[in-house]
Design a protein around this ligand. Structure first.
Ligand code: GLC
Length: 607
């Protein structure tokens, strides 16, 4: 986006010095910045923000926890929040310590960590690259660029801070004991959420988080310049894809920040609570949907190009489920939030039922689909989505192992996408979207299909590749997404940290260690590529960036998680049995119709 465009945007609603002064004089070192409404222009200038400490006061660990919504409230008259308030023992312990004790503990942990483990050369280099990737705004660190490849003459938007890319960087910093950059990132992106955005005169929903942002220096007059944050909500992105996952990642990171630092004051702030609510309201808004899954266009997540993942892709559903669980934990319950909390609980329950029941495939289920009858018109049809058995791809019949299974890539009327998508499956494990048995089975499949999904370089973004006519029709003949390259079954080392978290949750860290060792052999020598190509991930990707930040950060985060299992455990969720009991459909009470959920529940629990 050109500077001219930027200035035009400013002048569409004049932003006078007077205005700016008022805005910045409304909060002080002790108070929080105001909650910005959609109509407030949010520009921070070098001169206005003289100190980052002033703008982001260091918060203390709150001694008393308020009521959170980590509970299930099916009946609005029953207030059961306190009763089933869930917290991990580690955090309860941390929040009762005073500040000095806290600092002492953190430094002791750091010393112990150092004493236990000597950093490898690859780790040392990775830290150097990560530090170099830091983006500063008015002197404070606010994120990391997507890539820092010195040989790249056309960085496109890789010089921006991507919300999704920053997550592994943030975790690496947090696990190292550095919270400031993450806190700044969360607060600044929150301000961008209120930005007025339009694509050809159309305004996307309030609450949308940008895909990325850039710090630009704008000349005010001959002698003065100021720094501005310039977000991209998709209006400049290739293909004009909608960054649906950004808000979900923002919520996930906000919770992780609280869990790892013990600083819960950030999520308690009114503007932060409003930010969570805006994202949730956008996700939970009524539409024409028939399913509890989130309906999105193609390319609305990590795979941000046309790849036939429009509709209800697993990646979005598992991040949505995780964000719902995070929000339920973080939202303070009061009159203004109780309806939203109830909607979140209902959605969590319906979503997990839907995914567990209809997205799951293993050898038994494939055999069932193979024998499906079609054109069933009834509420209790077996083949509810009218899937024609001929859709089962030939590769799958041979590929599916006796042990193990996975969650489908996508499900729509008469359409099952049988491709295996790594991120969606890993997050289903991490968030307990899948049942305990399904989660175990996904890792069994990973083990059985190691050569296909890990091969020479972890980890395939999806499996298998779209080839021939499928590639032509589904990708629109995309030369970047040729078979076994980039999003079309390329291998992305950044996915290592998500695999590591999933393995640790399931008590199988050795799988993650094995994958990490493979990556460590090559990443530094190969200059930290964005992705690898070919069936086995043998070659550095055709158009792959080098010194890709989330490759570096994913590697470091994996290492740190494995070295700190107690920290890793703060980032995943166990099965929530209360959720399984919620059923909001009303059919339960009626004699005439049977609720299919209730009928299937026992089955789902044991699967
Ligand atoms: C590519 C990836 C996307 C990532 C971006 C920046 O567009 O597909 O997931 O966020 O690069 O690294």
């Amino acid at each position: 986006m050109s500077a001219i465009y930027l200035l035009r945007r400013f002048s569409s609603k004049p932003f006078s010095r007077f205005h700016r002064n008022i805005f910045f004089s409304t909060f002080s070192k002790e108070s929080s910045p105001p909650d910005l409404s959609r109509t407030t222009r949010t520009i921070f200038t070098q001169r206005s923000v003289s100190s980052s400490i002033w703008f982001f006061p260091q918060s203390k660990i709150s001694p008393n926890r308020r009521e959170f919504s980590t509970s299930v409230e099916t009946n609005p008259t029953v207030k059961s929040f306190e009763k089933i308030h869930v917290q991990s023992g580690v955090i309860v312990e941390r929040i009762h310590k005073n500040e000095e004790e806290e600092e002492e503990t953190v430094s002791r942990v750091n010393v112990e960590r150092k004493a236990l483990r000597e950093e490898s050369e690859a780790e040392k280099e990775a830290w150097r690259i990560l530090e170099n990737a830091i983006v500063r705004y008015c002197g404070s660190p606010v994120g990391t660029v997507a890539a820092n490849d010195p040989g790249d003459k056309t960085p496109l938007n890789y010089d921006q801070v991507f919300i999704r890319d920053f997550v592994p960087s943030a975790l690496a910093f947090l696990l190292k004991g550095e919270g400031e950059i993450v806190r700044n990132f969360l607060l600044h992106t929150l301000q961008l959420q209120s930005w007025e955005k339009t694509v050809d005169c159309y305004s996307p929903g309030q609450g949308l988080m940008p895909a990325s942002f850039k710090v630009r220096t704008v000349a005010l007059d001959e002698n003065t310049t100021e720094e501005v944050l310039d977000p991209d909500f998709g209006e400049s992105a290739i293909g004009r894809v909608a960054p649906v996952d950004s808000g979900l990642w923002w919520i996930i990171l906000l919770r992780a920040y609280g869990k790892i630092t013990g600083d819960f004051s950030l999520q308690e702030r009114i503007d932060v609570q409003t930010g969570i609510k805006l994202i949730m309201n956008l996700c939970l808004a009524d539409g024409f949907d028939m399913f509890p899954t989130l309906l999105v266009t193609d390319g609305s997540c990590m795979i941000d190009r046309r790849m036939g993942i429009h509709g209800h892709p697993l990646e979005i559903q598992s991040l949505f489920y995780s964000a719902l669980r995070c929000s339920r934990e973080m939202l303070s319950v009061n009159d203004s939030s109780k309806n939203l909390v109830r909607a979140i609980n209902n959605r969590l329950s319906a979503l997990s039922f839907h995914i567990r029941e209809y997205y799951w495939v293993d050898i038994k289920k494939i055999n069932e689909i193979y024998r499906y009858k079609t054109e069933e018109y009834s509420t209790d049809a077996t083949n509810k989505f009218n899937i024609y058995p001929e859709q089962i791809p030939p590769w799958l019949m041979d590929w599916i192992p006796e042990q193990g299974g996975y969650l489908l890539g996508n499900l729509q009327p008469a359409h099952m996408d049988f491709r295996f998508f790594s991120l969606g499956n890993f997050w289903s494990i991490v968030s307990s979207l899948g049942t305990p048995k399904q989660n175990e089975a996904i890792l069994n499949l990973m083990e059985a299909k190691w050569d296909d999904i890990i091969g020479n370089m972890p980890l395939k973004i999806c499996y298998p590749a779209l080839e021939y006519d499928d590639w032509r029709i589904i990708t629109g003949s995309d030369p970047k997404n040729t078979p076994w390259s980039y999003h079309n079954s390329g291998s992305w080392p950044t996915l290592l940290w998500q695999f590591t978290l999933a393995c640790m949750k399931m008590g199988r860290p050795e799988l993650a260690e094995k994958a990490l060792a493979l990556a460590e052999k090559r990443l530094m020598a190969d200059r930290w590529p964005e992705y690898y190509d070919t069936r086995s991930g043998k070659f550095i990707g055709k158009q792959s960036r080098l010194y890709q930040t989330w490759t570096v950060a994913g590697f470091l985060t994996s290492k740190l998680l494995l070295a700190n299992p107690e920290m890793a455990s703060l980032l995943f969720w166990e099965e929530d049995y209360e959720l399984l009991d919620i059923c909001a459909c009303g059919l339960r009470k009626s004699d005439r119709k049977k609720c299919s959920r209730v009928a299937a529940k026992t089955q789902i629990l044991v699967r």
